[in-house]
Design a protein around this ligand. Structure first.
Ligand code: T46
Length: 139
């Protein structure tokens, strides 16, 4: 599947760098939520779900991790290892994140507030959902 990467322009030179991200200008959606994961071990694995409507940008602002994206037809794996690069995850894409380096920090910009009802946490249910077999049945 096609992976959309955003390269954010770093400002600064010999006294560190600064990246600014503005909604609907640098990324394609309004930012309604920001969260991050840290204190991750190399054997940790996160995600293992999809969202019905949520869009997100993932930025590994420190260290490295691996992102697996699955749209129900194709699977793609990308490394997140640049603090000025974001990977866009549209809705209805299954994601898994692993292979965290020591000190990895993953920052996420999200298009919606947290809503557990938006999650599809069962892979079979996800396949039914993306293959057009109607609404998620929650089973
Ligand atoms: C995704 C990956 C990258 C909240 O209370 N508010 C929030 O905004 C979020 C995201 C989570 N939570 C609670 C719900 C759970 O009790 O935090 C706990 C862990 O959440 P979750 O299992 O969803 O965490 P991850 O890291 O597996 O997944 C999250 C996002 O949910 C997901 O959309 O793409 O980060």
């Amino acid at each position: 599947m096609n992976v959309i990467r955003y390269s954010f322009k770093p400002h600064g030179c010999n006294q560190g760098k600064l990246v600014a991200i503005e909604e609907l200008k640098d990324i394609p959606f309004p930012i309604r939520r920001v969260y991050y994961t840290y204190d991750l071990k190399p054997e940790d694995t996160r995600g293992h779900h999809a969202h019905k409507t949520l869009q997100q940008i993932l930025i590994c602002i420190n260290g490295r991790c691996r992102l697996k994206l699955d749209n129900g037809k194709e699977v793609t794996t990308v490394m997140l290892d640049k603090p000025n690069e974001g990977i866009y995850i549209p809705n209805t894409v299954w994601r898994e994140i692993d292979d965290f380096s020591p000190g990895a920090v993953l920052l996420i910009l999200a298009s919606e507030l947290y809503d557990e009802a938006d999650y599809i946490r069962d892979y079979s249910e996800f396949l039914r959902f993306v293959n057009g077999n109607g609404e998620s049945d929650g089973q």
